[in-house]
Design a protein around this ligand. Structure first.
Ligand code: 1CP
Length: 351
């Protein structure tokens, strides 16, 4: 029978959550952005029988594709299968995926911003929370489930431009031509993401991640003026939730000094941002990243040496979660992923 002291001792955290808290880990935890997706034949099979939107709205199917990479690889975390655009549909935005998001009527006026409904997650997108409940029940205990959303500026880019773009000229023009309206839209998006992330944690998400996929388009002054306050607003709204918050800052090396102000547990960086530099700027936070997704196409020896490079750059201090620097590419060989996951574990195991 357990003693009273043993009963009170906290159960040891799964390695992913320990790393989020910058605690020592038995091995460096690893998961992969877009780990459920088109590089897996089993995903393509499920996807062939439905649309992408249909997949996100069917909890049994979303759960199935979320679990697929967990069955195949020794990953340390799982991320719920959905998309950053899903909650916007719940706010009344009509969109489709082709395969990137295409908005029926891009948002450019005050009237359109005012017409956005405040999000009520359990009413507007109940299938997301149901997917989380189902998936949590199907995951092994040592594999935490991550819930996520897009950052306000990244969502703003898609809403204003109406479709994917490399430069997002229209949204960036809008920031400067209509700063008051832009801020209004960013704040409405932040408020929706607060209730959305809170609902995901309530349904069982054990960490919450914000994707700032397009923050790197902004220079430091505009990042600090527009993107950062909206993220701060979300973080303030999550203060009492009690799960770690991860902020993925894509191509944001120049914005890291601003990002250092954010009260988040983990910052994810892309492959252009050296982890040693990120560690230096982001003192007191864990880091996540940052193998270039292209290196998964290299011969085995090169791949392993690039993985060594990422681990060496992260250094021995606690608080590194291995990941790619951005989402895995659809053409990637799943065997290269197995090699990556197993090698990170092997190389960093402390007995
Ligand atoms: O036909 C298909 O299968 C659609 C392709 C697809 C997939 C597999 C889209 C449309 N979204 C997704 C899943 C998705 N999106 C996940 C799944 C969970 C996992 O990681 O396993 C996640 C976390 C996202 C998040 C997402 N969607 C981001 C942030 C991450 C990033 O890549 O920077 C962004 C920017 C989007 C927008 C989006 N949705 C879909 C696509 C193809 C895109 C990118 C469009 C573009 O290039 O701008």
């Amino acid at each position: 029978m357990a003693t009273a002291a043993a009963a009170k001792a906290p159960a040891s955290l799964p390695p992913f959550l320990a790393a989020c808290a910058r605690q020592p880990v038995p091995h460096t935890p690893i998961w992969i952005m877009r780990q459920a997706g088109r590089y897996l034949p089993e995903y393509r099979k499920v996807r062939a029988a439905t649309t992408f939107a249909g997949l996100t709205r069917d909890p049994a199917l979303a759960c199935e594709v979320t679990l697929q990479p967990i069955r195949r690889f020794a990953l340390d975390a799982s991320i719920i299968f959905s998309d950053i655009m899903v909650p916007l549909e719940g706010m009344g935005v009509k969109l489709d995926y082709a395969p990137g998001p295409v908005i029926e009527t891009p948002i450019q006026t005050r009237a359109q911003i005012e017409a956005l409904r405040p999000l009520v997650p359990e009413q507007d997108v109940p299938f997301v929370m149901e997917s989380i409940r189902l998936t949590r029940a199907g995951l092994p205990a040592h594999v935490p489930l991550i819930g996520f959303c897009g950052s306000p500026f990244t969502l703003f880019c898609y809403l204003v431009a109406g479709k994917p773009s490399k430069e997002f000229a229209l949204p960036r023009q809008f920031l400067h031509a209509e700063p008051v309206l832009a801020t209004m839209l960013l704040e409405r998006l932040a408020d929706a993401m607060i209730v959305y992330l809170r609902a995901q944690a309530g349904a069982g998400a054990q960490a919450l991640m914000m994707f700032e996929s397009w923050g790197g388009l902004l220079g430091p002054a505009d990042y600090a003026a527009f993107a950062l306050p909206a993220v701060k607003r979300i973080i303030a709204g999550l203060k009492d939730v009690g799960v770690p918050v991860i902020y993925f800052a894509n191509n944001c090396m120049g914005n890291l000094p601003s990002i250092a102000q954010l009260d988040v547990d983990v910052v994810g960086v892309d492959w252009r941002t050296p982890l040693s530099y990120a560690r230096g700027v982001l003192k007191g936070k864990a880091i996540q990243g940052n193998l270039d997704p292209a290196t998964l196409f290299a011969p085995k020896e090169t791949l392993l040496s690039r993985i060594d490079g990422v681990l060496a750059d992260a250094g021995p201090a606690p608080g590194h979660i291995f990941n790619l620097g951005h989402g895995i590419w659809p053409e990637t060989d799943p065997d290269a992923v197995a090699r990556l996951v197993d090698y990170v574990h092997e190389k960093t195991s402390h007995g």
